[in-house]
Design a protein around this ligand. Sequence first.
Ligand code: UDH
Ligand code: MN
Length: 354
Amino acid sequence: MRKFLLLVLAGAIVIGLYTYVTPKLFQHETKPSLKDIRLATSTNGNPHPNNLSSVEQTILNVISNKCKRELLLKGELFNISKPDILTDLPLNVLNTHDFLPVKKGGFYEPENCEPLTRTVIIIPYRNREQHLKIIINNLHRILQRQQLKYGIFVIELSLPTTFNIGVLMNMGFLLANNISEYDCFVFHDVDLIPLDDRIAYHCDVSPKHMSAFNTKYAKVNIAKALPYSTYVGGVISLRGVDYKKLNGFSNAYFGWGGTDDDIEIRAKAAMIPFKRENQNIGRYYALPHQRDSNNTENLLKGSLFKSARKRYLNEGLNTVEKCCKRLSIVYKDLYVHVTVSCDENIVMNQLLNL
Ligand code: UDH
Ligand code: MN
């Protein structure tokens, strides 16, 4: 019995020392050493391999020291996340066991530290409720694990207009800027689920193609996991200042295809070409789906693409409000839902007059 009590006492002393000493390790550090990081991350039973990848280092470099300390103590950044793609996830619960409570509208900022940047996720949307439930729940988890201050905006195009990703992204950008100050913009397909916690939902100095490994294309070619080398479809991130330099997305692409190739050209024309996330990290699971109605293949995409460079300063972010208007904005429990209407005739007339 005495032995047992001694053991308990020794255990308590070790735990006490550990909890007292570990935070001290980080108190005056500006950059934690690898040894400290391993120490912090080994507590979750999933120790990190030999050294930090450049991506992890980037994440650590862009967040404040206090957030860094929180993040390292939790050790969560260094795990492969387990996305939940099977459960019927709720869209209307403020407080789930999977992530911390968020403010009405889905806004969140960490309690114990002040992030250096603010990220906003913009999701183009129509009639994909099942996908929306999955992405929203998974995004809150990864964004919170990265200690980010963030908002999530879902931008829906009202019927009967043919789907147009570009106008939705531009309207989302303007609206998010009206509501709060964001510096990093992530434009995110509703059906791509992040598979690795190290995918940085921060912005680099260059626009970035984040969905570098897409399971939909990996089925066809596992080595590439992308349809072609200049592809930037799926998930991209860029700073607000850079989005303005590109004049946003083109408004001209109604129907499926072309919008992403167009912004790739815009980025080159504006001398801020896209870089791509490391394919071992920028991994996304593509939720399966069929082609949507009201989003048939855009037969004009080839000819529009040819004039992309010439058009980019004349139509896009700076003209979207001439053809689209906001119908409603609803602060849902886990995201902001915006509905816009757009007039295809106005866009096409604008194009003829360029
Ligand atoms: N989107 C919607 N609703 C629509 C159309 C598009 O929400 O009706 C959004 C959504 O965010 C989606 C994104 O636009 O992730 C891109 O559209 P997409 O998912 O249709 O594009 P993707 O390249 O699909 O994935 C190509 C058509 C696949 C046909 C496969 C037939 N087997
Ligand atoms: Mn898709």
